[in-house]
Design a protein around this ligand. Sequence first.
Ligand SMILES: Nc1ncnc2c1ncn2[C@@H]1O[C@H](COP(=O)(O)OP(=O)(O)OP(=O)(O)O)[C@@H](O)[C@H]1O
Length: 481
Amino acid sequence: MEEILSEQVVLDGKRVTATLDGSGVLQWRGERNGQLVVYNDLIGYSSLGSNIVLYTFKMTESTRFCGKGLPGRKRKDMVMEFTGDAAHRLWSDAIQQTLNESGRPKRLLVIVNPFGGQGTGKKVFTTSVEPLLKAAGISYTMRETQFFRHAKELAKEIDPSQFDGVVCVSGDGVLVEVLNGLLERPDWERAIKMPIGIIPAGTGNGMAKSVLEHVGEPCDAASATFLVIRGQTQPLDVATAKQSNVKFHSILMLTWGLVADVDIESEKLRWMGALRLDVYTLMRICNLRRYNGHIYYIPAPGYEGTGTPFNGELETTTLLKSSEGDSDRIAVKNGYTGPLQTSSSQWRDLEGPFILIWLNNVPWCSTDIHTAPHAKFSDGYLDLIIMKDCPKWALLNLLLKVESGGHIKSKYVEYIKVKAFRLDPAGQYGSDAQGGYVDIDGEVLARNRDSMGDASNDIMQYGPPIEVTVEQGLATIFCPP
Ligand SMILES: Nc1ncnc2c1ncn2[C@@H]1O[C@H](COP(=O)(O)OP(=O)(O)OP(=O)(O)O)[C@@H](O)[C@H]1O
């Protein structure tokens, strides 16, 4: 690649020849050798007299104790000393230009959930996020969430002309609130174009894990912040769950059966901390439930092998089509209502009982559950996992493989990419107790009678059909393609 600058400088006290080429690679040769890629390894820089201080954040194979640790990014400041002002100016202009070319954000709204995870959201912001944003020269407005669903209100109020992105320092819950807030605005088409970033600071960090795993980086707050700083984005599919005129926009998953039962009912073991999920999963497997019900779905090409073609009429919950003639969506004045109802001729159906149904938009639903290894951020499909029957020993074995994604190879698991999905949930099979929850992005969407908790505040009702459709690449996330 063509050199744009070459200079004799002193770098951290060593004489070297530094070169910067057109692809943004900064190299040094002489008393020490090395290189960095400006857009990829540099948080920012500052000028100190005729010196430039480079704030580097390069990937290293970290060594911990005696053995090798996990790869991760390490911050190091390097000082380049120039002999004159002219050279200093040339170099700082060239570095700035290289950073500008990669489309870095300049102004961010940062939403921090102080109660995320073990109540560490604020600490994560001050120790990992803020120092990097400052070093990158990004101006930011930080808002702490002060009540349940405050993030949704903030997303509804945000002025898109004032920010280049909105970043959540939280778990997945606040992120999903921001998505729903943006999509419920009258100007949702403009608002949803604003890139969304996620810094893991909650108990459920499935989106952060999916994004960081995609770029081969560890799931930590500093690595996630640097991804936002680098500014590269990609589209993200958005699923919309609908029941009559009630809707909920989702970017992670919908689940019914075993996983939803564990997620919600294990709350009663919260005093156990992280162990509660494992302990409650074991309890549920020993006393395995199956649920009656029916699912319908439109498979992606190549996934037509399961279920049977459905030739009947599915009554829909579709709203009126926009009078402006938007052909892809149904648009109403008060926000986005989801993609158009898809033709019923391609539906397939499958009758219960089911052990579990798991509908995923991204590969990871938490940092250690690789639910849907084939899920892509914007392929326009949801990855549906179905389990109808499974011996208890095989189920236990299978759940042990969920961290690696190995569970999908089991003969008891069906893995189907779908364009649309419909769930008609019913109560427990072979039991007088009803029970059952539909869980979406970590929130109870609907619960049946005999279930834990109060159903009166649930978003939807348990029993009537819940329809899920997906719109390809509707949202944008800070994540390199
Ligand atoms: N100040 C607050 N008071 C009460 N609830 C809040 C506050 N701030 C945020 N919340 C709520 O906390 C919930 C969870 O947030 P988030 O996803 O960031 O954390 P989490 O630790 O991953 O969540 P969870 O505890 O559900 O696993 C959201 O529903 C959000 O509305």
